[in-house]
Design a protein around this ligand. Structure first.
Ligand SMILES: *Cc1c(COP(=O)(O)O)cnc(C)c1O
Length: 310
């Protein structure tokens, strides 16, 4: 299996110019992982790549995974199936809604089959009884956890660090399940640090997730990482007009498109910490643009509603 086919291996890092950065003497680069591939972009490619080769090695022709109806991971898994010739099954939280939203419509076009679980059953999706039910229905499959985080995802995400061509002190990413942050931390050398921004509310369990992902990946103790919990904006997929205004200003200044679920929250957090003096003058930050722009199609109505309310 050629895991690198069609994928851009040189990822540009763009310097951001902003008065707040100048005032603090801090340099910020955006690593454009969102440009790796038109459909399988951002961190999701890195999280999936070694899972795909493992699935092939184990002789599977089907991938099964879990996610919400707007999930970037569902979108990416469907695209990966299409590109690398796997059948894909998406177990979706909640009820079916027709017409399909843009995320599921794309996944459907890639050949993904859907299976909807009500929210209660969805919560027990890792229970062997649920897995057995899915095997009865779909036959044997290679199981990728919700959000795609496992030891092989961590291995893939260590490669994000290798693709960074500028010198830096801190590498930042948005944190949903923690696989990407774990991979960044494991890939770092010397005294560089990885800083994650939780996009979930009340998610201190993410510290344990990242620790245990790192343990499953490496016997070495890896401690050069930290999660900030202050910029979740109310929780997963929640945002407010302040965040939307920040994103629009950032896009105007930098010409880099971002979205409010992941990268918008991370960048808001970085700028706020810069203003508060949390970084030392002379330091360089690299923020990973983990992609997720596909989700904007499903958010347009929410965003314009928010703007009309003020
Ligand atoms: C999935 C996703 C993340 C979160 O990655 P984890 O490894 O689950 O923490 C961050 N940003 C974007 C755009 C994503 O789609």
């Amino acid at each position: 299996m050629n895991l690198n086919k069609e994928f851009r291996s040189e990822i540009p890092s763009t310097k951001v110019d902003h008065p707040a950065l100048n005032d603090a003497g801090v340099t910020l680069f955006i690593n454009r992982l969102d440009l790796t591939h038109p459909f399988l972009s951002g961190n999701k490619y890195y999280k999936l790549k070694y899972n795909l080769s493992e699935a092939e090695k184990q002789g599977h022709d089907s991938l099964l995974t879990f996610g919400g109806a707007y999930s970037n991971h569902i979108y990416a898994t469907a695209a990966a199936g299409k590109i690398f010739n796997f059948k894909t099954i998406g177990v979706i939280r909640g009820e079916e809604h027709k017409p399909l939203n843009p995320t599921l419509s794309f996944a459907n076009k890639c050949g993904m089959k859907f299976y909807y679980l009500n929210r209660k059953t969805y919560r027990s999706k890792t229970n062997p009884i649920v897995i057995e039910l899915l095997e009865d229905k779909f036959g044997k499959f290679y199981l990728i956890p919700e959000g795609g985080s496992n030891a092989l995802a961590v291995k893939g995400c260590t490669e994000i660090v290798n693709s960074i061509e500028v010198n830096f002190d801190h590498v930042c990413c948005a944190v949903g399940t923690g696989g990407t942050l774990a991979g960044l931390a494991a890939g770092l050398a010397g005294n560089k640090k990885a800083l994650g921004f939780s996009i979930l509310r009340g998610a201190s369990f993410l510290n344990e997730n990242v620790s245990s992902l790192l343990q499953s990946y490496s016997k070495k103790e890896i401690t050069n990482w930290q999660i900030n919990f202050d910029y979740h904006f109310g929780g997963y997929a929640k945002f407010n007009i302040e965040l939307i205004n920040f994103i629009e200003e950032f896009e105007r200044q930098s010409k880099i498109p971002i979205e409010p679920i992941y990268t918008g929250k991370m960048l808001y957090g970085i700028f706020d910490l810069v203003k508060k003096g949390s970084f030392t003058s002379g330091e360089t930050i690299i923020a990973i643009h983990t992609g997720g722009l596909q989700g904007l199609a499903g958010l347009r109505d929410n965003i314009s509603q928010l703007k009309n309310e003020i």
